[in-house]
Write a protein that binds this ligand. Structure first.
Ligand SMILES: Cc1cc2nc3c(=O)[nH]c(=O)nc-3n(C[C@H](O)[C@H](O)[C@H](O)COP(=O)(O)OP(=O)(O)OC[C@H]3O[C@@H](n4cnc5c(N)ncnc54)[C@H](O)[C@@H]3O)c2cc1C
Length: 600
């Protein structure tokens, strides 16, 4: 009843509908309010214009929909409320930079190159499109949308609620599932690109090889090659590396890979129509991807052997595979602000949850540890061998919290074997484990993750001032101001860059929207003020990253026993995750401070 109560009170302006005990009359009241709106032609008043807004917000700590395991226990802070209201308004530009003053002649001679057409690259494209600033998106794949075009293995789906895995500016009232399938997300992103006219600016099957700063022309020279091998160059005022943290597969080097006689692929380079029926299948890895694909393989394979590097924590989310109910679908489509309040409520719980349970050794983290340990034990019927293998040695949240996609119960099936430790050798038809376990293999699936800590440099060369390559500049511990920009790399921005990953709740679309707005403002400022060079001050970059390093220390991600894709392989520093609340990063990025930059 929760959200219907909030919407009924919001639309009627009568706060008594927030009280319990009105359930019977609630639907009747909602129907009469809806009819009244329809007949009068009146638009529903915005939430924060409602005289009972404060009551509506207070009521938003109702238990979560069956989407998540988080539950708010504290009142919202004013900053958290400001942030969520910005989401409710769709992250408008008005808050941080209106582009309407940019003159056509100023814009005509400006160009932005964006590498990558995932949600992050597209978010920057969207701001350029709105501002009327010419841009090109380079995409090496055959179609746009990044992750959601490249990952089409069976079982691929969002593990954050679809309501928050959508642009705040472009809600989708028609999600079929509470956690959308990969294809559904792909279709949503494609629709958005058509709607805004972005698609014609995306150059697919075009791989960027390098981007080099030219100190004389104050331009980036972007070198790329096309599918047919022909090469091209594009000069741009601004270069954006939007290649994601999870787009370049990481496949371990295992002796014997070249002699394997069966089929083998990484999940992000899946072989189309690969048929597991009746086959012996080996999956390497136990992260989010393995959790998605393994239960699908188990259903049809002769035998499935999983080589587990690191055991994982996972939670049960009742709505994970469910279709949105017909009733709720109707509400999303017809009840004004139903989707907005759903989003509000989901984010409201996430922002509260963040600091408590993420803190290393906190009571909440310990309580979660206890709860999840019992959960796994119970699910595997207290089988001592499975319990021994499956309970992680590290605290919850230090690796990505996964959604239990029948993972535990699948382990009880006769055709599944879980092997602790990584594979050490591959032969023609078998894979050998670290303790000489032998697994028959017709197919090997590498669910082994991505070159996550290399960021842009896994995809291309980026050469800044003085001919310095980005990977040499940041060494083993990539850093950037706000995860977006580095000294000596003028007019260069990254999205989903160092320390921007929202790992415990929150969606990368949030990351894309914050980055898109910030970069959009930087670009607009350059056009408006005829700036040739915008380069973040070293002091600003260093102070920000000292703060990040200090903040990481209290997080479970930094646990020394934790092995994760968030950490630099060379030093163990957490280079990927954002150690602050969503509202804090939001407040740092909502309006660019041009004083943070050296300008020419
Ligand atoms: C299977 C899977 C499920 C996920 N589920 C979730 C989820 O539920 N919630 C969540 O918040 N996050 C999830 N993520 C994280 C996901 O990566 C982000 O949500 C988001 O899609 C990242 O967008 P992006 O634009 O930064 O990068 P990507 O979507 O990875 O796009 C980067 C693009 O850059 C292109 N590219 C790279 N190098 C070059 C080059 N040299 N030249 C041209 N093009 C290049 C790539 O082809 C790719 O299309 C998931 C990731 C995976 C892999």
């Amino acid at each position: 009843m929760g959200l219907l109560q909030v919407c009924t009170a919001h639309l009627s302006g009568e706060k008594e509908w927030l009280q319990e005990g009105n359930e019977e009359k609630l639907q009747e009241k909602m129907a009469s309010v809806m009819i009244e709106y329809r007949d009068s032609g009146r638009a529903a008043v915005a939430p924060d214009a409602s005289p009972i807004f404060k009551d509506l917000v207070e009521h938003s700590d109702l238990p979560m929909p069956l989407d998540g395991f988080v539950q708010a226990s504290n009142p919202l802070t004013p900053l958290q409320l400001d942030y969520i209201m910005d989401e409710m308004r769709g992250f408008p530009d008005e808050l941080g930079g209106d582009y309407s003053d940019l003159l056509p002649e100023q814009k005509a001679n400006f160009h932005v190159s964006i590498c990558g057409s995932g949600v992050n690259g597209l978010s920057v494209a969207l701001r350029c499109q709105r501002a009327g600033i010419p841009y090109t998106v380079f995409e090496r794949d055959t179609d746009l949308s990044g992750t959601w075009h490249q990952n089409f293995y069976p079982g691929v789906r969002c593990d954050t609620p679809s309501i928050t895995y959508s642009f705040s500016s472009d809600p989708n009232p028609n999600w079929k599932k509470y956690f959308a399938d990969g294809r559904e997300v792909f279709a949503y992103i494609k629709r958005m690109c058509v709607k805004y006219g972005i698609s014609p600016n995306v150059k697919t099957e075009t791989t960027v090889e390098s981007a080099t700063w030219d100190e004389e022309s104050f331009m980036w020279e972007v070198k790329y090659h096309n599918k047919d091998g022909s090469v091209g160059t594009r000069k741009s005022n601004v270069y954006v590396g939007a290649v994601g943290q999870l787009s370049n597969p990481k496949i371990p080097n295992i002796p014997g890979q070249d002699v394997f006689k069966g089929q083998a692929c990484h999940t992000a380079r899946f072989i189309k129509d690969l048929d597991f029926t009746g086959k012996n299948v080996v999956v390497m890895g136990t992260g989010a991807t393995a959790m998605g694909i393994c239960p699908e393989i188990q259903k049809v394979a002769k035998h499935l052997t999983i080589f587990q590097g690191t055991p994982q924590w996972y939670v049960d989310i009742p709505n994970h595979k469910k279709n949105v109910t017909v009733e709720e679908q109707w509400c999303f489509t017809h009840v004004p602000f139903y989707e907005r309040w759903y989003r509000f409520q989901t984010i409201r719980h996430i922002v509260d949850f963040y600091t408590d349970v993420l803190s290393l050794q906190s009571d909440s983290n310990k309580a979660l540890h206890k709860e999840l340990t019992e959960y796994i034990k119970k699910k595997v019927n207290y089988d001592p061998e499975l319990v021994e293998k499956m309970i992680p040695p590290h605290p919850p949240i230090c690796t990505r919290m996964l959604v239990d996609n029948n993972w535990c119960t699948m382990m009880l099936e006769d055709n599944v074997t879980l092997v602790s430790g990584r594979a050490k050798e591959i032969k023609e038809n078998v894979v050998i484990g670290k303790n000489d376990e032998v697994a028959d293999a017709d197919i090997i699936i590498y669910a082994t993750g991505f070159q996550s800590t290399s960021f842009c440099t896994a995809s291309m060369k980026v050469i800044g001032k003085g001919g310095v390559a980005l990977e040499d500049d940041w060494g083993a511990e990539p850093t950037a101001y706000l995860g977006m920009t580095r000294p000596n790399f003028p007019n260069f921005f990254m999205t989903y860059g160092p320390n921007t990953n929202v790992s415990s709740g929150g969606s990368i679309i949030w990351c894309a929207e914050t980055a898109g707005r910030y970069i959009g403002q930087c670009v607009a400022a350059m056009v408006r003020d005829d700036l040739k060079e915008l380069s973040v001050k070293p002091k600003v970059h260093d102070e920000y990253n000292d703060f990040i390093t200090k903040e990481l220390k209290w997080t479970a991600w930094d646990d020394p026993g934790c092995v994760s894709w968030y950490k630099s392989g060379a030093t163990g520093k957490v280079t990927n995750n954002l150690p602050m609340g969503l509202e804090e990063f939001w407040s740092l990025t909502r309006k660019v401070n041009l004083n943070d930059f050296d300008k020419k």
